[in-house]
Structure formats: structure tokens, C-alpha cells
Design a protein around this ligand. Structure first.
Ligand SMILES: Nc1ncnc2c1ncn2[C@@H]1O[C@H](COP(=O)(O)OP(=O)(O)OP(=O)(O)O)[C@@H](O)[C@H]1O
Length: 219
């Protein structure tokens, strides 16, 4: 579903941050993306989410070559990709329910058509009792789960998560990992960028390891 061939990326006139990346992400697959700080994990996620274009090489996402993709096709393609950002990006003046429902509201859907789905998803991530809470009173772990629910509400084919366990204690990290594994069992491809070796050791999965801009894949 996603294919990189000899992809390189540089910011402006700087040195290449990613070099000669060639790999694929298959439908229904699960992988960790790891590597030391500054190795380029967030940059690679930005390429996967189509918020950056490569400076060389080929990226094909859902069988579309990103180099020739018209800007007008981006929103529809992005809707097939769910993203959990490191800093959550929740809107503080909207309730948990409204934050999670936002992608559907933006599409012009009526609340009556999605209300039950949002509530069910919030229960699934363990936020059934925080539906009406505003983000400033949520704990770090609750915000994390709200951001995960928002990424999932549109039923994306692939979920990208940047350090999704970065702000939570080990028991909650374990619970979040179980959530991602369950999601993957239901058919979604999952990419988790993480530094957390302990987390990766809890689940036997493919590892994409970045080191100084180069990628090694351990199946
Ligand atoms: N917008 C930018 N402009 C210029 N350089 C950038 C930009 N974003 C990242 N970089 C550089 O690219 C390199 C890779 O950064 P990136 O954030 O992708 O790494 P990372 O592996 O995600 O790091 P961390 O784990 O600390 O988040 C770093 O040297 C960083 O300084």
C-alpha cells in the first residue's frame, strides 16, 4: 500500500536527512519505526502523511505516485491515513467528543449519523466517562487516547503514531500497545514511531530502524 524507492530528503540547502530509503508497508501490517533522536523518524512520518515531498526517489501511496499528485487530491488521500501527533493537537475549547468528531464534522456530516460511533470509539479507548471533558482537564494519557480516537474515527487504512507512549506510565503504555495490536487485527496497518525499547520488546513485530538517515528493516 506504501512503497519507497531510493527516497532522499533534505530540508532547504542542508545535508540529506534521509538517504536512499527503500521499503514497503503492506496492508494489515504492523511495524515499529525506531532509531536515535534526530535520526529522521518524524521526517519519515511527514513523508508518509504527505506533508513533505521527497527531494529524490519515488514514493507511492495507495498506488499513487506522490510526485505527480495534484494538490486537490491530497485531502481525500490523507483521509485514508490516521495520524497521532507527538503533541496531540487537540483543540482546548472543544470537548473530547467534539475533538474526536471534528474530522467528520469537517466532512459536513450530521451529528446524528456519527454520535453513537464516536461514543463507542471513546469507550474502546477507555474514555467513556470523559466524553464531555475539555482537553485542559484531561491527564496526559487521556489526551493521548483522545488523539488516538480522533485519528481512528474516519476508519483509516493506516495509522501513523509518533511516540504514542511518550507521555504515559508503563501500564498505560502497555494498554495503548494492546489497542494498536487489536486495531491491526481488525485490518488497519500500524506504524508506531518510538524510542521505547521496552515497548517494542512487548510485541514481536517488524522493525524499521533509522540510523543517520539510513534505514534497516528487521522482519
Ligand atoms: N523543518 C526542519 N528544517 C530543517 N531541519 C530539520 C527540520 N525538521 C527536522 N530537521 C532535522 O532533520 C533531522 C531529523 O529530524 P527528525 O525530527 O526527523 O528526527 P527524529 O528521529 O524524529 O528525532 P526525535 O526522535 O528527537 O523526534 C534532524 O537533524 C533535525 O534537526
Amino acid at each position: 500500500m506504501i512503497r519507497f524507492e531510493n527516497v532522499g530528503l533534505r530540508y532547504g540547502m542542508g545535508a540529506e536527512v534521509l538517504r536512499d530509503l527503500s521499503f514497503q508497508i503492506a496492508p494489515r501490517s504492523f511495524q515499529f519505526l525506531t532509531g536515535p533522536s534526530g535520526a529522521g523518524k518524524s521526517t519519515l512520518l511527514r513523508l508518509l502523511f504527505l506533508s513533505l515531498r521527497p527531494t529524490r526517489g519515488l514514493i507511492s501511496i495507495f498506488d499513487r505516485d506522490v510526485a505527480t499528485l495534484p494538490k486537490s487530491d491530497l485531502p481525500a488521500l490523507r483521509r485514508r491515513i490516521g495520524v497521532v501527533f507527538q503533541d496531540f493537537r487537540l483543540l482546548d475549547h472543544l470537548t473530547t467528543f467534539e475533538n474526536v468528531a471534528l474530522p467528520l464534522r469537517v466532512l459536513g456530516r450530521e451529528e446524528a449519523t456519527y454520535r453513537a460511533d464516536v461514543i463507542e470509539l471513546l469507550k474502546w479507548v477507555g474514555l467513556g466517562d470523559r466524553v464531555q471533558a475539555l482537553p485542559p482537564i484531561l491527564s496526559g494519557g487521556e489526551k493521548q487516547r483522545a488523539a488516538i480516537a480522533r485519528a481512528l474515527i474516519g476508519q483509516p487504512e493506516i495509522l501513523l503514531a509518533d511516540e504514542p507512549t511518550g507521555n504515559v506510565d508503563p501500564p498505560l503504555a502497555k494498554r495503548l500497545l494492546r489497542l494498536f495490536v487489536e486495531l491491526n487485527r481488525l485490518g488497519t496497518s500500524v506504524v508506531i514511531a518510538t524510542h521505547d525499547i521496552g515497548l517494542m520488546n512487548q510485541f514481536d513485530a517488524r522493525r524499521l530502524v533509522l540510523h543517520e538517515g539510513r534505514l534497516s528493516v528487521y522482519e
